[in-house]
Design a binder for this molecule. Structure first.
Ligand SMILES: C[S@@+](CC[C@H](N)C(=O)[O-])C[C@H]1O[C@@H](n2cnc3c(N)ncnc32)[C@H](O)[C@@H]1O
Length: 280
């Protein structure tokens, strides 16, 4: 099957998820808090991006725009990009409801982001469940680099590839997926509901994903001319990758912010974050 087939299936799947997520019955997205002017960014993201006041930010794969709006609440000038028409429509609706018509959203494939977005950016922001939908990580890195102005930086926070190879079976974590996914042979899944805990069914269930090793991500960024300035590994994730994971912390409304492995489990990194700069 071709990349176009994978992309079309993923876009249909994300359109269906976006409709569900925009009315968030699981409460995972904290929509009301963002509409009230608060930030939905996770502690790892906040620590990783630092002060964003006044920065032009490209938020790639922005989904329903809540993190994009959060960046605006923190003083940045963000634009969100996503290939899901439903996600972009929801994001625009939230921007209007939040009184932030200045926050724009663009419907485009991430590989076409350079042509779809105007100008150069101080920060390219990519987090939590983005690069696993992309077949070619080096091509993605080149796109991210092309969006940055000299001195600008990319912030990436993602599920750790070492965690992605495991699956939980009868309460035990066991290796299930190869550590790198060939471009032409993605991991195909059919999930009848979304990860938010919302019981409503997804109509178009099929999706395709890729596991990218940390080395491929880092060498892709270096080959794109960026300079790696920070790489961290973390024991938390903003979602429950394995059913046995437990809440690690909560926000002011009591909403679970991040999950960790249960007490007594052998510890390993569940996520990583990095910063890469475009040289002046
Ligand atoms: C798990 S969400 C990312 C969450 C996001 N970080 C946020 O701010 O909420 C994944 C998003 O990637 C988008 N996506 C997947 N493949 C894409 C592609 N090739 N181009 C653009 N967007 C894509 C989906 O439509 C979806 O909105």
């Amino acid at each position: 099957m071709s990349e176009d087939v994978y992309r079309a299936a993923n876009r249909a799947n994300w359109d269906d998820r976006a409709v569900l997520h925009a009315t968030d019955q699981g409460g995972m997205y904290g929509i009301a808090a963002v509409l009230a002017g608060r930030s939905s960014l996770h502690p790892v993201d906040v620590a990783g991006i630092g002060d964003v006041r006044g920065l032009r930010v490209a938020h790639l794969q922005c989904h329903i725009g809540l993190d994009t709006l959060s960046l605006a609440h923190l003083g940045a000038h963000p634009v969100g990009l996503d290939f899901s028409a439903e996600a972009v429509a929801a994001a625009r609706g939230f921007a209007a409801r939040a009184g932030r018509p200045d926050v724009a959203f663009v419907e485009a494939d991430v590989y076409a982001a350079r042509a779809a977005l105007d100008g150069a950016f101080d920060l390219v922001y990519v987090t939590w469940g983005a690069i696993n939908w992309l077949p070619d990580i080096a091509r993605w890195a080149a796109v991210a680099a092309s969006l940055l102005k000299p001195g600008g930086r990319l912030f990436l926070a993602e599920t750790h590839p070492s965690a992605l190879v495991l699956d939980e079976v009868d309460g035990r974590l066991v290796p299930r997926f190869d550590w790198l996914t060939p471009e032409g042979a993605p991991i195909a899944s059919d999930e009848s509901t979304s990860y938010t805990g919302d019981p409503r069914p997804i109509a178009r269930t099929r999706n395709y994903e890729w596991i990218h090793p940390l080395s491929a991500i880092v060498t892709g960024l270096l080959a794109a001319g960026l300079r790696l300035t920070r790489l961290d590994e973390h024991e938390t994730l903003p979602y429950r990758l394995y059913p046995s994971m437990v809440p690690a912390d909560r926000d002011d409304d009591g909403r679970v912010f991040t999950f960790r492995l249960a007490d007594g489990a052998v510890r390993f990194p569940l996520s990583f974050s990095l910063t890469a700069e475009k040289p002046l």
